[in-house]
Unconditional design. Sequence first.
Length: 226
Amino acid sequence: MAVLPPSRFFPPAEDADPEGLVGFGGQLTTQWLLAAYRHGIFPWPITDFEAPLAWWSPDPRAIIEFDRFHVSRRLERTCRGRRFRVTRDHDFSGVICGCAMAPSRVGQTWLTPEMIEAYTRLHRDGYAHSVEVWYGAELAGGVYGVSIGGLFAAESKFYRVRDASKVALVHLVEHLRAHGYLLMDIQQLTPHTARFGATAIARHEYLARLAAAVEAPCSFGAPSDP
C-alpha cells in the first residue's frame, strides 16, 4: 500500500525494482523535481549520458538523524576556529559546479549540464540551497540540497581544502536543526557519512516520515552575509 498520495508523474516509490529504480524518462523541470522529492524519488543519471533520465527510490534509504549526528573533537575544533568562513546561499553556482568536478559514486560526475541547470532553477525558485565554506577568498568546499517543508534532501558536497566539506555538513545540520527541520535525506549510506552517525532506514519508514516532513512549516531562511 502506498504511504503517500498518488503522484501525477511517477508510480509509487514502493513499486521500484530491487535496485531502487522507479522508471526512465520525464523532465528536469521544477514541477517534476518537486513532485519527485515529495514522493521519495530523485533523479540520478546512469553512466551512459545518452540513456533516458533515471529516477530512483532506494530501499533502504540513508538519513541523518539530528539527535544522533556525531562530530569528532578534531572537527569541532576546526569548526570553532577561524580557518574557515561559512555562508549560506551566497554562491550556489560555485558549489554545484564544484560538486560536478568532484569524484562521484559512479566514477564520473552525475551532474550533467542539464542537472546543473535544473537545480539552479530550483535555487532561483527558492527550493535548492547551498552552504559555502571559504578559505580566504577561495571557495574551499560546500554542500547543496533541496528543501521542501521540513525535508532537506542533501544532494552532493565537495572540497578543495581539507575538512571544508565536513565543516559545510556540520553547519548545514546545525542550521536545519535550529530551523525545526524533521528529515534530512542523504539517499545512500557510505562509510564517510556513517562516521557522522548517519543511518539507513526501510523505505516504508522513510516515506512515512517524508509525508509528515513535507507538510511542516519550515523555512531555510534568507542568505547569510558574505
